[in-house]
Design a protein around this ligand. Structure first.
Ligand SMILES: Cc1cc2nc3c(=O)[nH]c(=O)nc-3n(C[C@H](O)[C@H](O)[C@H](O)COP(=O)(O)OP(=O)(O)OC[C@H]3O[C@@H](n4cnc5c(N)ncnc54)[C@H](O)[C@@H]3O)c2cc1C
Length: 593
């Protein structure tokens, strides 16, 4: 129980799952599934998790990367969601993951002199007041127009009537998800990626496990478990349908696109949030980059790699250009990415009446934070911006519990709710969730590691900047990466010119973070897929070489892995090849109130 996900031990992990029986099998290795595995394992249960691709390969690596209450939801009156999310944000920043979740300021420009400041100011007073008593992030502040332009010279000065600055937090979503999964493994969970649950095992109406396809070997094996928890995000309906299960909700997919740009494209020393005709647009500082987004549109195409269209890119550029003095063009965009929100659209009363086909039902526990009882809502007709971000827990069959909706920020509460629902009725007393008390791997001893950065650099023979970079990304686990460098000095070299990532981080991704393919490394363990103008392709041969040494790949396999990543990166870049001027966004008011 070390919290190490060593890709070389995968076969052993598969054997452990197949040997069973488990108390809980989790399907899906996004933040919800990783969180559920951690919650259940830390209650002392025998837990397995299967993920069909890589940890966080779905929505959980494609978010806005904010740990936030969501000002927008406050305006929509979703007070409970905002309060819970803010409390979670503070817990993560201060105790559970201070190495991964960091406060970030956001400037909210004001454009209507008289009405907007009191309105937004009152909202931010409520936002700040909803936190717990101990505040790990500063209060909001008012800025004059001059003050706003000092922080963000990029803003158009005409019509600007001052600004507010408030704080939220940000995270590397994929790194966070992997760390939660590793922490689950630390408490005994068995985590296997590239393993797809193809159908549920049944004993009468009771679900007793899942049949699993090992995507690496092509073998199929059964995993027996007293409870199965489906955390499959936008794939939930497919998992249910594959076994003829009719759940009490359906997932509606909403696509969100982000553009990644160099910091030089927008002159500001703070994040920014601006209103758009449909929702809000974030300018999020991301190391040497900006992440700008997002969109919110219905989606019914490919779940694994939702396409970014030229219209998506133009919409974001157009909205950004309404507030920026120097208009952005497509040439400013280094990369794009899209994710799918697994929003919950409850079936109408009519469709629910025919549900379940007479199958016995283990109870229908909605997540406590579900926004009231909205049976009868025609969620299917609402725009996706209006759909609730709260989560739903459903128990459609004995032995089976399923969860969808929610936000990255509230994953811990979602995990608690779904494990509570799943373990109701298990023999013996299952303890209550303890995750609010469990720092993630790397959080332990963080202040001491930060204070010792210089000494660590000396001890391991690396420049201070390298030690600082590793502590920033891995917290107290940085010493594990440094140990790899001490054993092989060549691993201390940069992976790709212009980026701080090291070759050691590739080796560590394989030996400690379960990376099986080049994409796992370049898309999620380091973020070159979205940070580098060429999707990290120039680093791919180096990654292949390091992985091949550890995983024993022969020449053919090396060539295949390289090609696979190049194809993946090319598909990702397709949306940026569109030409022509960025159309102006048509919208009545400059900034709608
Ligand atoms: C554009 C965008 C921006 C967002 N921004 C934010 C934000 O800033 N802050 C915030 O709090 N939230 C944000 N969210 C919401 C948040 O990202 C999601 O709620 C969260 O990531 C969903 O996680 P999940 O684990 O439920 O789903 P996923 O991450 O999609 O995980 C589901 C996993 O299940 C796996 N799977 C599917 N079928 C099977 C099977 N049969 N067997 C095994 N595995 C299977 C998939 O491969 C996938 O990895 C955003 C979402 C989007 C789309």
């Amino acid at each position: 129980m070390t919290g190490v996900l060593d890709a070389r031990d995968r076969d052993e992990a598969v054997r452990a799952l197949a040997a069973g029986p488990l108390d809980v099998l989790v399907i899906g290795g996004g933040i919800t599934g990783a969180g559920a595995a951690l919650d259940a394992a830390s209650r002392g249960l025998r837990v397995g998790l299967v993920e069909s691709r890589d940890l966080a390969a779905g929505t959980s690596s494609r978010s806005s990367k904010l740990i936030h209450g969501g000002l927008r939801y406050l305006e929509q009156g979703d007070f409970k969601l905002v309060r819970e999310a803010l409390r979670e944000r503070d817990l993560l920043v201060s105790r559970l993951a201070p190495h991964l979740v960091r406060p970030v300021p956001f400037l909210y420009p004001l454009y209507r002199k008289v009405v907007e400041r009191p309105y937004v100011g009152a909202g931010l007073v409520i936002y700040d007041a909803m936190e717990g008593v101990k505040r790990p992030v500063p209060h909001h502040r008012h800025l004059t127009t001059r003050g706003a332009l000092r922080r963000a010279p990029a803003l158009r000065p005409d019509r600007l009537a001052g600004a507010m600055v408030y704080y939220d937090a940000q995270v590397d979503d994929a790194r966070y998800t992997v760390t939660v999964a590793r922490t689950a493994a630390r408490y005994g969970a068995t985590v296997v990626t590239r393993a797809t649950a193809t159908s549920l095992l049944r004993d009468g109406s009771r679900v007793t496990g899942a049949s699993v396809l090992d995507e690496e070997s092509g073998r199929v094996f059964d995993v027996r478990a007293a409870r199965v928890i489906v955390c499959a995000g936008v794939w939930s309906d497919l998992v249910h349908e594959a076994s003829g299960v009719r759940a009490g909700y359906q997932v509606r997919m909403s696509k969100g696109v982000h553009l990644v740009m160099p910091r030089s494209a927008i002159d500001a020393d703070t994040g920014m949030i601006v209103r758009t005709s449909k929702s809000v647009l974030f300018f999020i500082p991301w190391d040497t980059r900006w992440i700008v987004g997002t969109t919110d549109t219905d989606w019914s195409g490919d779940r694994a790699e939702p396409a970014v269209t030229p219209e998506d890119v133009d919409y974001i550029l157009g909205e950004a250009n309404r507030v920026l003095a120097r208009p952005l063009t497509r040439a400013d965009v280094l990369a794009v990415y899209a994710g799918l929100r697994p929003l919950v659209a409850e079936p109408t009363v009519e469709s629910r009446a025919g549900d379940k086909g007479g199958e016995s039902r283990a109870g229908d526990k909605r997540g406590e934070s579900r926004a009231g009882d909205r049976a009868g809502d025609k969620d299917g007709e609402k725009p996706t911006t209006k759909l609730s971000r709260e989560h739903v827990v459903d128990a459609p069959l004995p032995g089976l519990v399923s969860i969808a909706g929610g936000k990255f920020t509230t994953y811990r509460l979602m995990a608690r709710d779904v494990v509570d629902a799943a373990t109701a009725g298990l023999p013996g007393q299952v303890p209550a969730s303890v995750t609010s008390l469990l720092p993630l791997l790397g959080a332990d001893g963080l202040p001491a590691v930060r204070a010792s950065a210089r000494r660590l650099a000396d001890d391991y023979g690396v420049p201070a900047a390298v030690a600082g970079h590793l502590i920033d990304r891995y917290g107290s686990l940085a010493t594990e990466v440094l140990a790899l460098i001490r054993a092989d000095r060549s691993l201390g070299q940069p992976l790709l010119g212009g980026f701080a990532y090291l070759r050691a981080e590739v080796a560590y991704a394989v030996s400690h973070e379960g990376a099986l393919h080049v994409e796992d490394v370049l898309a999620r363990r380091v973020r070159l897929l979205i940070e580098s103008p060429d999707a990290g392709v120039p680093a791919a041969p180096e990654v292949v070489a390091i992985m091949a040494g550890l995983l024993g790949w022969n020449r053919r396999r090396r060539a295949a892995e390289l090609r696979r990543y190049q194809d993946f990166a090319a598909a990702n870049a397709a949306a940026l090849t569109a030409t022509g001027p960025v159309p102006e966004v048509e919208s009545a008011a400059p900034i709608p109130a």
